[in-house]
Design a protein around this ligand. Structure first.
Ligand SMILES: Cc1cc2nc3c(=O)[nH]c(=O)nc-3n(C[C@H](O)[C@H](O)[C@H](O)COP(=O)(O)O)c2cc1C
Ligand SMILES: [Mn+2]
Length: 473
């Protein structure tokens, strides 16, 4: 049974000790952000702020909903100790079976309907998340729903937005995003939107995934939930939104106008994107549940929600792309600590120049992951201790490192590039080949001194069979 909303999710997290109810008053101005930041950096339970300064009782903030493997696993209905490998495999399997949504009439998200003069974004405790942010961010863990002009494509994407005044937001929506593509179908007219805050955890998670082309994310939310998502129609446009969401902002993105947005603490772990003209969202109506729970992601040094969910999603996506190119890939791990910049690829069998080949496929298809480590199948790609070992001992400092030019897709988010590279939209990508060179004869390949390779099978079996007798668990 999937969770219908964050309230059920929080109740489940409480049972396993993965959430902390904070009853002490906390300030929306930096304090809630600072707590959430420290929580992310320590892998602590999610903070659930129940008492926010300046706001009535019941107006709450749920921070870092999906920033740990444990919370990700629980959101998927798996045990809290499920390994990253298993989580990723389950995610990949479920995504193969889309489930269409259900339309309903009655919905908790309509408990309060605010129209006209009642529309005021300041009713909600939107936090000032990091020092230096351009404003209070209303939407940092949510889904923005839009639909193409001919209504054949409904998109859900997570694109942040910042409060400008009572009824306007400024939002960052990268030019490669689907929302941008959808807006183009309106041929210069305003784009109707619904910003859905605090839907069930898998509905928000799916809004961050990239592997969909022009398919509708809601069917994949159903896939992850293994149950349909219940949708209800908006009050002021025809868009459909998750019925159990906490807060829904309905309105239009205004054409021909741009407004300054940011800066904001970004997912690579730095604030790199200067204040810049972005999309203007005008809010025409707000609907919300009684005692609404605002969700918040405090992006920064990993592991936050973005690092966690993008790791799982990109691992699945890269493996698919490499398989499409007939690469003998065993697994792909995008370690959360690498903030999506780094991927580890396991291959079997290894052949000459396979690492360069993989590097070229990455550059051609997935421009935002610039460092690739290629390992053979005796290395568990999900175990960074093993990966570091082969990076240190098998990768030749010159022959094993292949650098190539690369284009920049994510304007301004790469911390290590200089202004000239930003202007030219050029950077580089690198492959670390941690496999033995294909041309080496067997005799010169060093033998790995590990339990499974340095002992005869018979000794290994004896040792494993007696392990507890020796006094080990
Ligand atoms: C927490 C979080 C915040 C994000 N914020 C933005 C954003 O402000 N603008 C943006 O273009 N992408 C943002 N992304 C990335 C998009 O969600 C991601 O590219 C997603 O695939 C977009 O949906 P689309 O493929 O339907 O365009 C964010 C991702 C996460 C996890
Ligand atoms: Mn999309």
């Amino acid at each position: 049974m999937a969770f219908n909303d964050n309230r059920e999710f929080i109740a489940a997290l409480e049972k396993t000790g993965d959430v902390v109810r904070i009853k002490q008053e906390v300030d929306w101005d930096l304090e809630a952000g600072a707590i959430t930041r420290r929580v992310c950096e320590r892998n602590d339970p999610a903070p659930f702020f129940e008492n926010i300064k300046d706001y009535p009782e019941g107006y709450r903030i749920f921070g870092a909903p999906m920033a740990t493997e444990r919370r990700f696993a629980i959101a998927m209905g798996l045990g809290p100790d499920t390994s990253f490998r298993q989580i990723q495999a389950e995610f990949a399997n479920r995504m193969e079976h889309p489930v269409k949504p259900l339309l309903v009439k009655d919905a908790p998200c309509k408990e309060n309907v605010l129209l006209g003069e009642e529309v005021d974004l300041h009713r909600f405790p939107a936090p000032m998340i990091h020092e230096g942010d351009g404003g209070r961010y209303m939407a940092t863990w949510h889904a923005v729903v839009t639909q193409s002009a001919v209504r054949d494509w409904t998109n859900w994407g997570m694109y942040r937005s910042m409060i400008l005044n009572r009824r306007h937001l400024a939002g960052l929506c990268e030019p490669y995003s689907h929302q941008f593509a959808i807006w183009k179908t309106y041929k210069g007219k305003n784009l109707p939107f619904a910003i859905v805050i605090g839907a069930d955890p898998l509905c928000s998670m799916i809004a961050t995934a990239r592997a969909f082309g022009s398919q509708s994310e809601v069917d994949y939310a159903g896939a992850l939930r293994q149950e349909p998502v219940e949708l209800v129609k908006c009050e002021t446009n025809d868009l459909l939104v998750p019925a159990h969401a906490e807060i829904v902002l309905e309105g239009e993105c205004i054409s021909d106008v741009q407004v300054n947005e940011g800066p904001f603490g970004e997912y690579p772990g730095f604030s790199t994107h200067a204040r810049a003209p972005q999309t203007l969202y005008r809010v025409n109506a707000i609907t919300h549940r009684n005692d609404p729970i605002l969700t918040m992601s405090c992006m920064g040094v990993p592991v936050d929600d973005a690092a966690m969910v993008k790791s799982v999603d990109l691992g699945v996506f890269f493996k698919k792309i490499l398989q499409k190119h007939k690469m003998p890939v065993t697994d792909v791990y995008v370690p959360p600590a690498g903030a999506t910049f780094l991927a580890v690829v396991g291959v079997k069998p290894v052949y000459s120049n396979i690492a360069s080949h993989i590097g070229r496929i990455f550059s051609a298809n997935m421009a935002a992951t610039y460092k690739i480590i290629v390992v053979s199948d005796d290395v568990d790609v999900f175990d960074m201790q093993q990966v570091l070992h082969v990076l240190a001992t098998k990768c030749h400092p010159s022959r094993g490192i292949k650098i190539s030019d690369s284009e920049i897709d994510f304007v301004g988010l790469i911390p290590y590039i200089n202004p000239e590279e930003t202007r030219l939209r050029k950077t580089a990508s690198v492959v670390f080949d941690c496999t033995w060179p294909g041309e080496w004869p067997k005799e010169i390949i060093p033998r790995k001194m590990s339990f499974d390779q340095a002992y005869p099978e018979e000794i290994q079996q004896r040792v494993l069979g007696n392990w507890q007798n020796y006094g080990y668990k």
